[in-house]
Design a protein around this ligand. Structure first.
Ligand code: SF4
Ligand SMILES: [Zn+2]
Length: 326
């Protein structure tokens, strides 16, 4: 991803590079995103805008208006042109997402939530670290908060299909949070990162009686939703190792950027995902299974150009949550 001839990298980009050259070539160099995977991403973006607003004012309706403004038109378009399969629609239909988010915002309440904004406006912050040779590392921080029992933290919201037992471990190991600590010297010392996970799951509409609540599932569906608030701390040794790993992976990214100018260059890239298990969760899996065809009629149908620019994203988030600088 070029910026005045330089290279802007973030955790998402480097994770793709580390996983698989083909994936990085498609997603980061050519900015081709799977049409089918767009909805979870957009639902997450809408929720982020709402959560930032909620942290600022505590007003649930105002917060949900941010979700509505961003996500409702996207959902309406996607469902109207039949681009959404039924399984995804059960979880990500706009009314479902709104209901789930309303549930958590009113259950937690801003006064009851154990973390509070350090100062108004400390949300949607982009921090950068100059890695030399024209490479900039960017980390997005959703908010800087204070724990009500003491301590200063970064807060990161995650919307996800499932908050299984592996979710906690995944957060602890995530380079995203190590990278935030590493890149955010300018924001001062923090204890670590608080991760607020919200499960965007389907709401049970069954008429069968729930054993726990004694009513049809459709009436207690909200009570079966899950959310997690988890703290993640990182040692100095982990941060040093992350910095070294980033240097290593950036070299690989430079090689991919040099070699890939168009879709025709992708089939010559390695498919490391086939060795490290990354394919199962990869947006390009179907395309790779077809043998990475480069014909425009196939590529255009499956993918759309959508560049992930973390600096532009931070600015856009500020606009969505109603506090643009400009
Ligand atoms: S499906 Fe596997 S090989 Fe293909 S891009 Fe994804 S990770 Fe790489
Ligand atoms: Zn129940």
């Amino acid at each position: 991803m070029g910026r005045e001839g330089g290279l802007v990298v973030d955790y998402t980009t480097l994770r793709a590079v580390a996983e698989c050259s083909t994936k990085a070539a498609m997603g980061s160099v050519l900015a081709l995103q799977s049409r089918a995977e767009r909805l979870p991403l957009d639902a997450g973006i809408g929720c982020h805008a709402a959560l930032a607003q909620w942290l600022e004012t505590g007003d649930v309706d105002e917060a949900l208006q941010c979700l509505r403004d961003y996500y409702q038109p996207i959902w309406a378009r996607a469902s109207a042109n039949g681009a959404v399969d039924e399984r995804l629609a059960e979880r990500l239909a706009y009314p479902v997402v709104e209901k789930v988010l309303r549930h958590w915002l009113t259950t937690w309440t801003r006064d009851g939530f154990p973390y509070t904004l350090e100062v108004p406006g400390m949300t949607e912050i982009a921090v950068t670290r100059d890695l030399g040779d024209g490479v900039t590392y960017v980390a997005l921080i959703d908010a800087v908060v204070r724990s009500k029992v003491g301590g200063r933290w970064f807060l990161d919201w995650k919307t996800t299909g499932s908050l299984g037992p592996w979710w906690d471990q995944k957060q602890e190991d995530s380079g995203q949070f190590t990278g935030q600590r590493w890149a955010a010297d300018s924001l001062g010392e923090v204890e670590g990162v608080v991760v607020g996970g919200i499960g965007l799951t389907r709401l049970n509409s069954s008429h069968a009686k729930c054993r726990d609540h004694g009513v049809p599932y459709k009436e207690c569906a909200l009570q079966h939703l899950s959310a997690r608030v988890k703290t993640v701390t990182t040692t100095d040794a982990e941060i040093r190792a992350y910095a070294e790993t980033v240097t290593h992976v950036v070299k690989k990214y430079r090689r991919i950027v040099r070699q890939v100018q168009s879709i025709d260059d992708v089939p010559a890239q390695p498919m490391e995902g086939r060795l490290n298990g990354a394919c199962g969760f990869c947006d390009y899996r179907g395309w790779c299974r077809m043998g990475r065809p480069t014909a425009a009629r196939i590529v255009d149908k499956a993918f759309e150009a959508r560049r992930w620019d973390p600096l532009a994203e931070a600015q856009a988030r500020r606009v969505r949550s109603g506090k643009a600088d400009a």
